[in-house]
Structure formats: C-alpha cells, structure tokens
Design a protein around this ligand. Structure first.
Ligand code: GLA
Length: 382
C-alpha cells in the first residue's frame, strides 16, 4: 500500500474518523552542484516522488502527537515545553522551536506519519520530515505559505538546534519543487529557477545501503576547510573566488584547502553549465558534467566511498547511461544516473545485480520523477 493510504488508514483506526488534512513532503536528489550551498554557490536539485506523508487533525490545545508507521516511538509534546529528545522526535521539537522563534504562534495537532523515502541514505529524509512538520503546522492555521521563509526556518533548526553546518539546499527544494523540473538555485541571492528535465531520459537512484558513517563530523569539517580556503583568497565565501583567482593563487594554498577550493569553484561552474545544457536539451553534455562532478567529489573533496565509486562505475558501463555521480553529502548513501528512458528498467536490474555481486550488499535501484514540493491537502475521502 502507498504511504498516503497507509497514513490515512492508520489515522482512521486510531481516531475513529477521517483526517482533516493530508500532508506530503518529498525527498530530493541533487543533479549537480554538491557541497556548494554553504559556499553560497549554485546547485540543481529536484524533489522526487518518494515522500513523507502525515494524515492529521487540529487539536484545541498545544499538544503535538504524532505516531509513525515507519520510525520507532511516537512523538508527544507540548508546544509550551519544547526541549531536546532522542530519536526523530528531535526534529518535531526543533521545528516547533525554530517556527516559534520566527514569531509564528503554533497550534496543536495529532496524526500519523508514513513514508516511502529511505532514511539516512542521502535523499534528504530529514528535510522532508522538517517540511512535512511545517506543512502540518500550517494546515491548522490560516497563515500563507512562504516556501523560502519556511526553508530558512528549517535550516536554522539544523544549524542551531541540531548543530549541523548544513546549507539550505535540501529544505529549499523540498519546499519549492515542481513536477517535471529541477531547480537551479543561487544560494547567495537565494533565488531559484525551474529548469525542465530533458525529455527521453530518466533519473535512476542507486542506494548503496552503506549507512552514512561520520557524515556529521566530516561535513562540518568541510564547511570549516572551505571557510579557511575563502579566507586565503581574502573572500568571505568561495563563491566570490573566480577560477582565474584560484589559478593565480593556488600554488601558495596548502592541501587539503587547495583541492577543496578547486572542487567548489569548479562545481559552481559545472552547475551553471548543466543548466545551459538542459535548456538546450543536450543530454550528453549534462551527463558528462555529472560524471565530472563525481570525480571531483571523489578526488578533490574526498566525500565519496568505495561503494559509491563502484556504483557509479557500474552505472557508466551500462547501455543508455549518460552520466552518473554520488548525490547529497556523501560517505555512503545514494548515487544517481541519467539514463535513456527506454533503457532504465534493465539498467536498474543490472546495476543492482553487479553491485550485489561485488559488495555482498543488497542495493535499492529505482527510477524517480521530479515532483512538487511540500503541500497540505484538505482530506477528501472520495
Ligand atoms: C547535505 C546538506 C546540504 C548540502 C549537501 C551537499 O545534503 O544538508 O545542505 O550541503 O549535503 O551538497
């Protein structure tokens, strides 16, 4: 059963009637532009048709009560007593905290959550959960939905409540995604533009099933390395450093800062170039840029791992594959491939088989479509 139906059915069993609202919030893949957001550069993510769903109804008081069919332990707290907890409930407390800090007066609600988005695999289930929770808070109040403001509040929760240096990419795409399109995001201007996916190709997700070990500490370390590299060039962020500046100064820049800067500055250019290739319908050009992005993340930014590299290697050997790369923060999780639509089914089966033979791990390889951002729908049983 699909997660929407599972959430609704479980809600009805628990509360004895239909929900008032159903919220959907998508995961994402990033086509290109990795580890650029906290450097105020460019990226091109898309929301996908794997999502977190919440069936809910308003409460008269200040409690939030959320049972999950897919995560252990329910969440149950008062909006007047937000604090740190263990497990996924931390996100619910954190979102309540950040929204209240931003001046929203929140109301209580109760519901059931179901998901078909794998967790901890680089498809941004955390941002999907954050935006699902925000949508639930919005559903029970008359506020107008402001996707950028909500994404910023969710990022603040990651930075200040959870202590992660994350950029805003995942929250923003979960908020603004659109069916059929990726979005070119400019993180300095906080502007974004839909770029339709070329026709005739599909995006395949290849989940290595390697848990993303050490991702948090290594991520914060990369953020700091980039800050130091920018400082070397007398800039506030690497966005301000041009390729020419980099070439002129790189000899004097120590490792690993030199390679980190080379990745970020080159990746910004690749993301912009990829948008041009997509607009021109140049699938081959887009694929080549994606594969170059993987090499840079592996060799210069050092956030890949053997399993991601094998997955990308196997993908690139398949008929109809135009390009492949890791997606998300790295250190395990998922890679993606750009594959001719007619070849994608065979691609998924064969890549999965080769990877399983090589690693003994059972990967999950599936095609995704570009989907809309987080939304709340009044529940209509018909
Ligand atoms: C994680 C973070 C994002 C972004 C990516 C890497 O997904 O949450 O902000 O930095 O890693 O591109």
């Amino acid at each position: 059963m699909k997660p929407r139906e599972r959430a609704i059915r479980a809600f009805e069993e628990r509360f004895g009637g239909p929900p008032e609202f159903v919220v959907r919030s998508p995961g994402r893949v990033n086509l290109i532009g990795e580890h650029t957001d906290y450097n105020l550069g460019f990226a091109m993510p898309m929301a996908i048709d794997r999502a977190i769903w919440i069936a809910l109804q308003a409460r008269e008081d200040h409690r939030v009560r959320l049972a999950s069919l897919d995560f252990p332990q329910p969440v149950d707290f008062s909006l007047l007593q937000v604090g740190h907890v263990s497990g996924w409930g931390e996100y619910a407390h954190g979102m309540a905290w950040t929204l209240q800090e931003s001046g929203y007066r929140l109301g209580g609600w109760e519901g059931v959550l179901a998901s078909d988005l794998p967790t901890a695999s680089g498809l941004s289930s955390s941002a999907a959960l954050e935006l699902a929770l925000a949508r639930a808070f919005w559903a029970v109040t008359p506020w107008e939905w402001d996707p950028l403001a909500v994404a910023q509040a969710a990022q603040r929760q990651e930075n200040e409540w959870l202590g992660l240096g994350s950029g805003i990419m995942d929250q923003l795409i979960a908020a603004v995604g659109r069916e059929g399109s990726a979005f070119l995001i400019d993180f300095r201007e906080l502007s974004y533009e839909a770029v339709p996916l070329p026709t005739g190709v599909a995006i395949a997700v290849m989940d290595t099933r390697v848990p993303r070990g050490l991702v948090e500490s290594a991520y914060n370390q990369r953020v700091e390395e980039c800050r130091q590299a920018a400082e070397f060039f007398g800039a506030r962020t690497l966005r301000e450093v041009s390729w020419q500046d980099f070439q002129a100064g790189q000899e004097r820049l120590e490792e690993p800062f030199r390679r980190r800067a080379r990745h970020v500055i080159g990746e910004n250019q690749r993301a912009l170039e990829a948008a041009d290739r997509m607009r021109a319908g140049d699938v081959d050009g887009l694929g080549t840029l994606m594969t170059a992005s993987h090499a840079s993340l592996r060799d210069d930014y050092e956030v890949s791992c053997a399993e991601l590299d094998w997955m990308v290697e196997f993908a690139l050997e398949m008929p109809g594959c135009q390009g492949a790369r890791m997606t998300g923060a790295g250190f395990g999780g998922c890679a993606i491939a750009l594959v001719d639509e007619t070849a994608v089914q065979a691609f998924c089966e064969q890549v999965a088989g080769r990877y399983a033979n090589r690693t003994g791990l059972e990967p999950d390889v599936f095609a995704v479509r570009a989907a809309n951002g987080a939304e709340a729908l009044s529940f209509n049983p018909s």
